[in-house]
Design a protein around this ligand. Sequence first.
Ligand SMILES: O=C(O)C(=O)C[C@H](O)C(=O)CO
Ligand SMILES: [Zn+2]
Length: 274
Amino acid sequence: MTQTETRYAIDPASARSLDTQGLRDHFHVGGLFAPGEIRLVYSHYDRLILGSAVPAGGALVLDHVAEAGTPSILARREMGVLNIGPAGEVTVGGETHRIGTGEILYIGMGSGPVTFAGEGRYYILSAPAHRICPTRLVTADIARRVEMGAKATANERVIMQFLHPEVVETCQLVMGYTRFQEGSVWNTMPAHTHDRRMEAYLYFDLAEGSRVFHLMGEPTETRHIVMGNEEAVISPPWSIHAGAGTGAYTFCWAMAGDNVDFTDMDMVAMETLR
Ligand SMILES: O=C(O)C(=O)C[C@H](O)C(=O)CO
Ligand SMILES: [Zn+2]
């Protein structure tokens, strides 16, 4: 079963006036990773689709998604699939890929239906594409590693860049995840925006009872959204996206938009934040 929910894009002035529930309705994505289901959210920010597939030992096929308006989801789209569960198999274009924990499968436009199988817990991201780039499994040993932050500022972390121009060719998807050194809990601080690209975060590997306070909004109008394990959040192009956890966590970040330049960010000075 595939379930799809649409989230419309709103402007920063409208977002400013939202209360907690309003912010969650627009940006927070809960209820993913339901066993035996594919759940998708179709965001109007850069038309990114994010979601999950949990075959729970069986098989689930992702093919027609009415919101995309094409016979098959990949007809005019590309996809990145991160496995946050035990190893599993994804079959696409007549080939079966065994995806280990923490590995990402890039799937090129026009590949046809995607079958998710085994015990994997798959996080799905898909963006419109304009040409075919080859499907490829990206393992942690070939991902780019960027070490950032420091213990003293509780933000010592490694940004693992999987779908990145120096690793694998994509049309507009840029994707990876960030891991923290023990004791570090702050992500993406100092904060930034990139009006050219939207972003989505999936927070995972949180212990029970642990939460991440995700920060969003224009730099001078920040708001927070409290995130539980395996919950995602949509970051509009005009918004910062940062967070602090009450304990350890990992998060997957993904972007779509006008360029694939990871370093194209507008850094926000600490004094600017409100
Ligand atoms: O920890 C970080 O900092 C990040 O992972 C930042 C994201 O990758 C990002 O916001 C990229 O634009
Ligand atoms: Zn960013």
